[in-house]
Ligand binder design. Structure first.
Ligand code: KG4
Ligand code: ZN
Length: 336
């Protein structure tokens, strides 16, 4: 089956083509048009600007995809589009674009849950996880532990009660004067930390709570007070920035690992999957390997938002007739 995937849930305009059947999965092209330059001056995503950029970029990215693959619209067997969760104005642009394409070219259309897409980014390789699989989903908008019992069968077993892990990276980066998006910026600064630099201690919120939930807003508040005290004697030095970045990254990863370990002990999954934009984090990628003998980590290029993962999730949803197709943007669509 040849699938055209479309993703516009936040600030990336992405279109991809995936060829999938029961034995093989091949990503034929995967284009992501980033809007980072548009949003950087504002320190975060501005929804109305994101929507405007999607509208402008979607036809351009699609033409590029068709040009690169030499396919025409009539070649596709299925169009898969993200319809939630995400920024409503961004989602609507992608959904309307996909609906129009499907109608004009008489193609079936399936809506894909963005979080489910992130989970399926792990299957864009040759590997197939065994079920039940425990999924740690860590993105800019979500931090969840989900038990995947089979394709399309999910149980939510833990979630953040406030900020998502990616949001914590982004907000802390801003507090210490780093650019947007904060995750890669914090990771880069943390890499520059040496043991000769001062060490700050930040809390690991809810790490020892009995449940499998997370909380990251207290960590951000602690960084706020730390920075406020440090700048009484002048601007933050580059060493102070890297020391805070190092400790913040350690704190976030510690909490994620601790709760994932707890979930493994409790549910004994057959495999462990990492998913979402924060899965690009080197420290997290390294540490999660020690938690289970059967760990899946998405290839770097599929960690952050892309349409290849949406195309593949659309394939599985169609193949296993997992859900009825509504095809309406839904900013709060939960997978479980
Ligand atoms: O999944 P994603 O691309 O978009 C959402 O669905 O939210 O995730 C974006 C998030 C941002 O918060 C970004 O700071 C974070 O992923 N991120 C990282 C890294 N690369 C991206 N966080 C930590 N380390 C990274 N290397
Ligand atoms: Zn995402």
């Amino acid at each position: 089956m040849l699938i055209l995937g479309i993703e516009t849930s936040c600030d990336d305009t992405a279109v991809a083509v995936v060829l999938a059947d029961d034995t093989n999965i091949e990503v034929l092209t995967n284009i992501v048009s980033s809007q980072i330059a548009t949003h950087t001056p504002y320190g975060g995503v501005v929804p109305i600007l994101a929507a405007r950029e999607h509208e402008k970029n979607l036809p351009i990215v699609l033409s590029q995809v068709l040009h690169d693959t030499c396919y025409m619209m009539h070649d596709f067997d299925l169009i898969a589009v993200t319809s939630g969760p995400g920024l409503i104005m961004s989602l609507v642009k992608g959904v309307n674009f996909a609906k129009e394409l499907a109608q004009k070219n008489n193609k079936p259309l399936i809506d894909v849950n963005h979080i489910e897409g992130h989970i399926y980014s792990n299957l864009l390789t040759d590997q197939r996880p065994e079920f039940p699989a425990l999924c740690l989903i860590v993105s800019g908008g979500h931090t969840e532990l989900v038990l995947m019992k089979n394709h399309g069968e999910y149980e939510l077993i833990g979630r953040t009660v406030d900020d998502a892990a990616g949001e914590a990276f982004d907000k802390i980066a801003r507090l210490i004067g780093l650019e947007y998006p904060g995750g890669p910026a914090i990771a880069r600064e943390a890499d520059r930390y040496t043991l000769h630099d001062s060490r700050y201690t930040l809390p690991r919120p809810m790490m020892y709570s009995k449940d499998l939930d997370f909380s990251f807003s207290g960590l951000k508040t602690s960084v706020y007070y730390l920075v406020r005290d440090l700048i009484k004697s002048g601007e933050l030095s580059p060493e102070q920035v890297s020391a805070i970045a190092h400790e913040a990254q350690e704190a976030i990863v510690d909490v994620l690992m601790h709760k994932t370990k707890k979930a493994i002990d409790q549910f004994q999954p057959a495999s462990l999957l990492l998913a979402g934009g924060v899965s690009a984090n080197k420290l997290l990628r390294e540490k999660i390997k020690a938690l289970h003998e059967n760990v899946f980590i998405p290839p770097m290029e599929y960690t952050t938002d892309n349409a290849a993962m949406i195309a593949l999730a659309g394939y599985y949803a169609t193949r296993y007739k997992l859900h009825d197709t509504r095809i309406d943007a839904n900013a709060n669509w939960e997978i479980a």
